[in-house]
Design a protein around this ligand. Structure first.
Ligand code: UD1
Ligand code: MG
Length: 462
């Protein structure tokens, strides 16, 4: 039995008041459409078709690949019209196929629910995902037979009578239909209704008229059928999604000081005895070993943090594409910044207002205050003083600084790359180092001290 999945994503999303197409707005770091595609991926469909219209080029570019077929709907004359455009792309295969219809702006649909719709359809029934709503305003209402509760039709809110508007069972916008019949039905749709649109929901009455079974499957949570139409709904779904993720992590043993103040926009793997204080944001791929503690107000992206490391408050780590790593037992922050290619060994200390980019620090190296290490290779047990920097960029090219084991760099030094400091060298505070320093040597290179004799401090204005 061949399965088609059609995701409707042509609508405008006027209430987002944004130049970005609605389905590209982000929820937990991924677009709404990417969430829907992610949930439908495990269903192993013969074809996945995304219907685009408003902002089609941007939408197609954002989710291209992965065997997705795009069908453009211009102009957008309703959900039925959308499926009319997709009909030629539906794979029928041999026997009775099923087509699952999802919405690009309903991001939290669960794979299990989608699978339940497909199974109930089995290529011959029309299956609607419905939901009981405290306030069903705006939703199509499920009209059921008073005798046996069978579904008779969906009536759109704008076309519904006052009695029909009292019905609290709404249509979620998602259904599974027999592919051949679906093609035939959408060819017969008319637009003589309150909105002058081709309603996909009108196929329900057609199926009933043909004597086909029409089933309503209820969603097990409201969250999985909620659509995003405005920033309020987007933020509500974001919170619901974050709560679900936090819950899963805590059940797997991660200790969160407050799950309501935790955000994960990607994946977070962790060992045992890890603790995360409030207001931390994790993005991309982050892995924590055992016994890692993360202080409040950290932003942490694309990094591997080894066991026993402490990330103190207000630290910003962003490995970007290259990644970054923090060694076992390292102490980072508060107020530290690790950038792409920061590779820190065991027991490394990076203190306040220290920035590390594309640099390797061997075990036990320390840069505790106000410093910059860029494009550097730093040996074991190096002590890198406050205010010292690598001058790694000459305006055109970046150069490396190599600092041997056990080197002491005093405060306020400028290491002009390319330059190498041999093992055990000492650099006097305030030095500007432009030439290599031999192992064990002391290098002091300061500007001449200027004394202005007879100078007096100006009197304070009164
Ligand atoms: C639709 C349903 C309604 C249901 C509600 C749930 C119809 C006629 N009505 O109404 O019964 O309760 O969803 O949210 O189907 N789209 C296109 N092309 C179009 C029009 C819409 O691709 O021409 C897409 C939209 O981008 C969106 C989805 O279809 O992803 C639903 O469209 P929307 O306009 O929100 O439908 P509703 O009026 O809310
Ligand atoms: Mg809608």
């Amino acid at each position: 039995m061949s399965l088609n999945i059609v995701i409707m994503a042509a609508g405008k999303g006027t209430r987002m008041k944004s130049a970005t197409p609605k389905v590209l707005h982000k929820l937990a770091g991924r677009s709404l459409l990417a969430h829907v595609l992610g949930s439908s991926e495990p269903l192993a469909a013969a074809a996945r078709i995304v219907i685009t219209g408003h902002g089609a080029e941007a939408v197609e570019a954002a989710v291209a690949g992965g065997g997705i077929t795009f069908v453009r709907q211009m102009p957008q004359l309703g959900t039925g019209h959308a499926i009319q455009q997709a009909a030629p792309a539906l794979v029928e295969g041999s026997g009775q196929g099923t087509t699952l219809i999802l919405n690009g702006d309903v991001p939290l649909i669960e794979t299990a629910t989608a699978r339940a719709l497909i199974d109930a359809c089995a290529g011959h029934a029309l299956v609607l995902l419905t939901v009981d709503l405290a306030d069903p305003t705006g939703y199509g209402r499920i009209i059921r037979n008073t005798d046996d509760g069978g579904v008779l039709a969906i009536v759109e809110h704008k076309d519904a009578t006052p009695e029909q508007r009292l019905i609290q069972e709404g249509y979620s916008g998602m259904m599974a239909a027999p592919t051949g019949a679906l093609k035939r039905w959408v060819g017969q749709l008319r637009n003589d209704n309150a909105q002058g649109e081709y309603y996909l929901t009108d196929i329900v009455a057609m199926a009933v008229a043909e004597g086909l079974p029409v089933l309503g499957v209820k969603a097990h949570s409201e969250v999985e059928v909620l659509g995003v139409n405005d920033p309020v709904q987007l933020s509500q779904l974001e919170r619901a999604f974050q709560a679900r993720q936090a819950d899963g992590l805590m059940r797997a043993g991660l200790r969160l000081a407050d799950p309501a103040r935790f955000d994960l926009r990607g994946t977070l793997a962790h060992g045992q005895d890890c603790e995360i204080d409030v207001n931390c944001v994790f993005e991309g791929q982050v892995t924590l070993g055992d016994n890692v503690r993360i202080g409040a107000n950290c932003v942490i992206r694309n990094v591997a943090i080894a066991s026993g490391a402490r990330i103190h408050e207000f630290t910003h780590i962003d490995g970007e594409q290259q990644g970054a790593s923090v060694g076992a037992g390292a102490l980072i922050g508060p107020f530290a910044r690790l950038r792409p290619g920061a590779q820190l060994g065991a027991e490394v200390h990076i203190g306040n207002f220290v920035e590390v980019k594309n640099s390797t620090l061997a075990n036990g190296a320390k840069a505790n205050h106000l410093a910059y290490l860029g494009d550097a290779t730093v040996g074991e047990r190096v002590n890198y003083g406050a205010g010292s920097i690598t001058a790694n960029y000459d305006g055109a090219n970046k150069h490396r600084t190599v600092i041997g084991n056990d080197v002491h760099v005093g405060s306020n030094c400028v290491l002009v790359a390319p330059v190498t400091l041999g093992d055990g060298a000492t650099i006097g505070g305030g030095s500007t180092i432009t030439k290599d320093v031999a192992p064990g040597d002391l290098a002091v290179a300061r500007g001449k001290q200027v004394a202005l004799t007879g100078w007096t401090r100006p009197a304070k204005k009164r």
